[in-house]
Design a protein around this ligand. Sequence first.
Ligand code: NDP
Length: 310
Amino acid sequence: MAVLLSTKPAAMGLWCDALLALDPALEIRMFPDVGDPAEIEAAVVWTAHDMAELRRYPNLKLIVSMGAGVDHLLRPPGPPPGIPVARLVDRMLTSQMGEWVLLNVLRFHRQDLEYRQLQRERTWLELPAPVTAERRIGILGLGELGAHAAGLLRGLGFPVMGWTRRPRAVEDLQTFHGEAGLAAMAARSDILICLLPLTPQTRGIVGAELLARLPRGAFLINGARGGHVVDTDLLAALDSGQVAAAALDVFEPEPLPPEHPFWAHPRVVMTPHAASITIPSSAAPQVVDNLRRARAGQPLLNLVDFAAGY
Ligand code: NDP
């Protein structure tokens, strides 16, 4: 039996080496050279892989996403019925996102956009000192990434709040859920960070209504998916001063077309979906573990809940 590997050409060799280092007996077929479709028992795929294509493997037992987000895999036609999908929960993915969040929180908190502008103008001007304990941070999503970022920010002394789908108690954090909870948290968020999965419930969540609830001059940081943000609403909020600045790593579509206003906006800081990048050697152990579990009929790790959409 064989494992189908499908990712960007540049990453194919790295994934292959990382998996074989852990289990030299694995038979890996690199897409599109799949051989006999009946021999494929698991598919380890990047989010761009066509889910309709996976319907031609009659003995497929498991699909593994090479990323933490699975929105691409779940949108129609979705994975073949009855086949479980596992996503990555990886220490390096989580810590990279934590760093990206810290970078942008500190950029805004320490008035870096303003100081860069003053430097361009050769103006020596001390701005009022920011007070960490008074900069309230609201995080949409307290999962693997959100909870880790919350811990880092708490460690620096920021008051941190989090919003989740299900009620959740987290030490040292004020937590919210539901629509009323979202409105309450937004009203107190000087910096709003989105680390939600993209689902039908969360698409467009950062739109005019939510942005208007933020304290005037708040900051937005989106490291989740471009589909969470309504671009035109964010641009209007930036132009009116309701939102002071935004750090965006994700867009819809990607790559962001060159004519999009975000590129040249003085109050938008962009990265090209690079906040947190899968490193095959770090992610491979859980993939191999799940392949062994699938073969042994044991419970799988990090399974996607199709009903919840993440
Ligand atoms: P998790 O599944 O671990 O956590 C998701 C969190 O979002 C949970 O706290 C969950 O609530 C909450 N949530 C989900 N739906 C809702 C809802 N309708 N209302 C309120 N809260 C909701 O995901 P991760 O932390 O691992 O990843 C989050 C996302 O980050 C990924 O889905 C992906 O899109 C994005 N990502 C971006 C990367 C980048 O480089 N830019 C890299 C990796 C991921 P509950 O706790 O109740 O389940």
